[in-house]
Design a binder for this molecule. Sequence first.
Ligand code: ADP
Ligand code: AMP
Length: 225
Amino acid sequence: MKGEARRYIILFGAQGSGKGTQARLLQDRFGIPQVATGDLFRDNLKEQTDLGRMAKAYMERGELVPDEVTNAMVQERLSRPDAQAGAILDGYPRNLNQARALDEMLAGWGAQVTQAIYIEVSEAELLRRLTGRRVCRECQATYHVVFNPPQQEAVCDRCGGPLYQRDDDKDEAAIRRRLEIYMQETLPVIDYYRQRGLLSTIDGEASIEEVNRAIVAAIVDRRTP
Ligand code: ADP
Ligand code: AMP
């Protein structure tokens, strides 16, 4: 596929802002896959690969996995056949070094970041969302015990897999550490895309459906000359 036809959309927002929830809706809407670095690391952890073993300690502490490892994992994922028309990036890039690596990677394929969406949510709401989050062990779909419960308790609506609570969501110190790192390392990346005129900011405190409508409108509007 020609570079200019590819669509690479980055979702930004603190942990718990709803990136994963929205990325899944957007992949159905736009026909390009969600590429979530956190999910990729958790898959590796589950499969007990060398990469998973290496990432484990960082993830438990709520710290970033080293950039070279993360960038290589993303490059491999974006090279797969299902991502040839582009991807919805969720949780990557998380610092300026990763943002530059992504630019280089895409330039090598004659492509570029087409849009960045920033989902804004207050800290109090983030804590409510993270502590109630449940994730499918099989397909990584995300639920919330109060705000977005599955039809049958602890069972995934999509694939029937069992739901669980992530270890890093149980540990308040790890939650705070992740939010701190987000403020220090990821906010400058958001500015990087704002300065390039690629950023749309969305109020993330509305319902899942309303947030989705606002994001779809921002994406579609940008494509209209
Ligand atoms: P992120 O991928 O940004 O960490 P998630 O998509 O996993 O965030 O969402 C965090 C939690 O908040 C999940 O439990 C999800 O079901 C819930 N959630 C997501 N969007 C909303 C929303 N608009 N209103 C209420 N709860 C939401
Ligand atoms: P997430 O599911 O996005 O909350 O990510 C869970 C954990 O995976 C993070 O706390 C990090 O340890 C690791 N991780 C996810 N994405 C990245 C990234 N882009 N760079 C480094 N580490 C990451």
